[in-house]
Design a protein around this ligand. Sequence first.
Ligand SMILES: [Fe+2]
Ligand SMILES: [Fe+2]
Length: 171
Amino acid sequence: MMEATQTEATSVSPYAAGLNWSSELHTGDERMDHTHEEFVTMLNALLLTPQTEQLNLYREFLNHTVEHFAQEDRWMLATGFSEDNCHAGQHATILETMRAVETHYVQGDTEIISRLAEALAEWFPQHAASMDAGLAQHLKSVNFDSVTETLADPSVIKNVTMSGCGSVSCS
Ligand SMILES: [Fe+2]
Ligand SMILES: [Fe+2]
């Protein structure tokens, strides 16, 4: 109870310092993990940057996230997920929010990038451990090479049609 009171009183987010890149964030796919490590590094750098100077780095981070999510969406499509699966849907929602944050920041809300970065630091470990790790597992199970983006045997996914999240929980 003490802790709850202190958190309320200081209102400092436990995610204000960002995330530690550690094996807990690994998904089992090396290329995905490499992209995720870059994501975490940029997120942490944003939180260390004075709020009035965050715009350029934020735009770089947004572009990186567009590529990061597009990469996973592409792999899902290549391995039998339907286009409207909920993992891709979550990516689209995050990108929409990130673009709105850029607009608000430019309009004068200079705290909003830090607030979003803290929210992403809270969101990411859960997303990596569920949807991303689930995707990595699926890629392995159908022998998809994420480096060359090819299937060892394309016929294995002929009958795989996954809407929703396939084997991955949407919760
Ligand atoms: Fe990811
Ligand atoms: Fe993802």
